[in-house]
Design a protein around this ligand. Structure first.
Ligand code: ATP
Length: 684
């Protein structure tokens, strides 16, 4: 691969000393490192090729884009090469880390407006450049906005960038789900007409809200819920009450970006001229107001991880609820959902449970449209769940929710209710629970502030510079990034630095890659995958941490399994059991509905029987049929609906028949009454 700039960065792992971990993505870990020959601190993103083995094109594209771009606000890669089972991407070290990490560490409620304006202005400059060169970034979010120690902003992560001039397969890739759900534009979710650079403008608007509040709108919800809310609800925005500290121009620019019709969104170039950016300040101001007083990145990252682990333990002790725990990963803002259109449809079919839980929020628009809540997300969800009683009064709303859901998903060929049919397709094996430790390892959450210590420095962090030696990498080979993915670099083990490269350990199944890969597999996969290292992964197509589905993914994939959108669980067993409980709830609800209708019908039949003895026989038959309406738990919802319609039609015709008989009787009565008079007349 070509090298960036004048300096020649070596393509050899031996020439780098890995220091501490400074970031983690879904399929990558980022280290601060020293390039020994150049004596320069760099960041090295170590991508696990095994986890990306179906998206090698994507990786190649990311690296190529990273090397070719040339803009002060875009993070450019120095070089990349494969070593062992990993791909190393060498890039400048951005000492402040991402805005997401900064917020999690010191600004959990978000930044002040001048800081936001400054950050967004720089991001927009990067987007103007990218769009002008035919690229769509597709993953604009606070986690990808890096701040260096001088306050210079770098937009990073081209893992999902696409070229607008692509043809053929790559063009088709723009008809794919790519991005992170909370930041994803509606047209990207819908996949009806594809999308263009305006998708970045939507994500930019969401990022503006994220920087203002410390989290993205809908970030407390599971991915499927986010999809539905984005499609169904009014676009999120700044709230007049809660966000009154922000200027009108801020409100306006957010509203301009978050328009559902992409054509109505401004271009990045136009946005850059918006009056909101009058609030922007210098990079020195930015450095002071974002990084001032923060400890070095590696230290912060380590503390956040400790904090996450604590929260995980607390949550586990409090709730012992695996489904809730799996939410944590999502809340954290990690994007690890891999799914295709069929998954979406099938998951959507089960979402009524979720809609019931959150019916209030899902109908909210405007003031609370961003789903903000002050309580702890896990506690809140737990409460919602506890409040979820099955009162009859809720039933109508539930039905409405299902209908709303249906109309929102009109673009999808299979309707949610129809998709329920596939939900029975799992075996006892599938319902066996996953291990706690596996669950636990998946959960992380960044919240609250951490202690603020020494200032920041691009150089080595004393005390943290446990360099990782190279010699432990058995048989590692170097490849130029021109040919990124030789066959033999793919292997079942992932190696990570652990302070000493001599002791490189295969990591336990990656902690953060389990926020609920939204996927399904044929039933046989369920059982077979239980034995594997990560039951959720099986024949997963894509490891990169985002929603992604390629055109090829849209083909049918055999019998359906299911996923509970609430759990976002990682193991098939958890998916199966939570889906089973979700489905049972659906059945109970249907049963309840049908019982009520049955009672109504019985009343009508009784009325018919009483009014006309002539139809007793027919009525009996109807009563018998009606009794059949009570659905055994295993009867599918659709069949029940059909039965119900038939019953209703039958009762309707009975009522008509009764009316006809009544009319006839009345006529006969009139005739009878008139008859004696005729006899009298005859006698006379
Ligand atoms: N050059 C860099 N200098 C300092 N920190 C970095 C650098 N690049 C990335 N990071 C940190 O590492 C984190 C993860 O990196 P990155 O986003 O590239 O991984 P990823 O797998 O693509 O993540 P995701 O899929 O979640 O977007 C970033 O959020 C950031 O905090």
């Amino acid at each position: 691969m070509e090298q960036a700039a004048e300096k020649k960065f070596p393509h050899n792992a031996e020439d780098y000393e890995l220091y501490e971990e400074v970031g983690e993505g879904v399929s990558a870990t980022v280290y601060r490192a020293l390039c020994v020959p150049l004596n320069e601190i760099v960041a090295i993103k170590v991508l696990d090729l095994e986890k990306c083995n179906n998206d090698l094109d994507g990786i190649r594209r990311e690296v190529q884009t990273m090397i070719l771009i040339d803009h002060p606000n875009l993070l450019r890669a120095h070089c990349s090469f494969a070593t062992g089972h990993n791909l190393w991407v060498v890039m400048p070290y951005v000492a402040g880390g991402s805005c997401l990490h900064i917020m999690k560490s010191a600004y959990p409620e978000g930044f002040e407006e001048p800081v936001i304006a400054t950050l967004l202005r720089e991001v927009l400059k990067a987007l103007v450049y990218l769009h002008a060169h035919g690229h769509i970034h597709r993953d604009v979010k606070a986690g990808n906005i890096l701040v260096d120690s001088n306050g210079v902003i770098k937009l990073a992560d081209f893992g999902v960038a696409a070229c607008m001039y692509d043809t053929g397969d790559r063009q088709r890739s723009r008809n794919t789900f790519v991005g992170t759900p909370c930041w994803m534009a509606p047209e990207v979710m819908q996949q009806v007409h594809g999308y263009d650079f305006k998708a970045d403008i939507w994500s930019f608007g969401i990022t503006a809200l994220e920087l203002a509040h410390g989290h993205a709108p809908f970030s407390k919800y599971p991915p499927m819920k986010v999809l539905l809310m984005t499609l169904q609800n009014a676009p999120p925005g700044l709230d007049y009450e809660r966000d009154k500290k922000f200027s009108r121009s801020f409100r306006e620019i957010v509203a301009a970006c978050l328009v559902k019709d992409p054509k109505k969104r401004p271009t990045s170039e136009k946005l850059l001229k918006h009056s909101f950016f009058k609030h922007a300040r210098s990079k020195e101001y930015l450095a002071r107001h974002t990084l001032g007083g923060l400890s070095p990145l590696g230290e912060r990252f380590r503390m956040l991880k400790v904090k996450e682990a604590d929260i995980l333990v607390q949550n586990k002790a409090l709730y012992e609820d695996k489904e809730q725990l799996s939410q944590q990963e999502y809340i954290r803002g990690i994007s690890a959902w891999n799914f295709n259109l069929e998954d979406l449809k099938n998951q959507a079919a089960l979402i009524q449970d979720d809609l019931i839980l959150n019916s209030e929020e899902s109908s909210v628009s405007g003031r609370h449209a961003d789903g903000q809540d002050d309580g702890s997300p896990v506690g809140r969800m737990y409460l919602e769940r506890a409040n979820h009683s099955k009162h009859a009064s809720q039933s109508e709303d539930e039905l409405n929710d299902i209908h709303n859901l249906e109309s929102s998903l009109a673009a999808f060929p299979m309707k949610p209710l129809e998709a329920l049919k596939g939900c029975f397709d799992f075996s006892e094996d599938d319902i066996a629970g996953g291990t706690d430790s596996e669950q636990q390892s998946q959960q992380q959450s960044f919240t609250g502030a951490v202690d603020q210590e020494a200032g920041m420095d691009d150089g080595a962090d004393p005390g943290l510079v446990g360099s990782i030696s190279h010699s432990g990498i058995a048989g590692h080979r170097n490849f130029s990034s021109g040919q990124l993915i030789p066959d033999n670099v793919l292997s079942p083990k992932r190696l990570i630095g652990d302070g000493d490269r001599e002791n490189l350990q295969p990591r336990h199944p990656r902690e953060r890659n389990y926020s609920g890969p939204l996927q399904y597999r044929p039933k046989k996969d369920f059982s077979s995958s239980n034995a594997g290292e990560d039951a959720s992964e099986g024949a997963v197509v894509e490891r990169k941490g985002r929603f992604k589905v390629t055109s090829a993914d849209m083909s049918a994939k055999g019998p359906l399994s299911i996923f509970n959108p609430i759990s976002g669980g990682s193991t098939n067993s958890r998916m199966a059991s939570s889906a089973a409980s979700s489905f049972l709830q659906s059945l109970r609800f249907i049963l309840q509905q049908n019982t009520k209708q049955r009672e109504e019908l019985l009343k009508m039949i009784k009325f018919v029987e009483e009014t006309s003895g002539n139809f007793a026989e027919l009525s009996e038959a109807s009563t018998f049929d009606l009794l059949q309406i009570v659905p055994p738990a295993s009867v599918k919802e659709q069949e029940l609906q059909a039965q119900l319609i038939q019953m209703q039609q039958r009762v309707g015709s009975l009522v008509e028949e009764v009316q006809r008989v009544k009319t006839k009787n009345a006529q006969l009565e009139r005739k009878l009454n008139s008859m004696p008079r005729q006899e009298d007349r005859t006698r006379e």
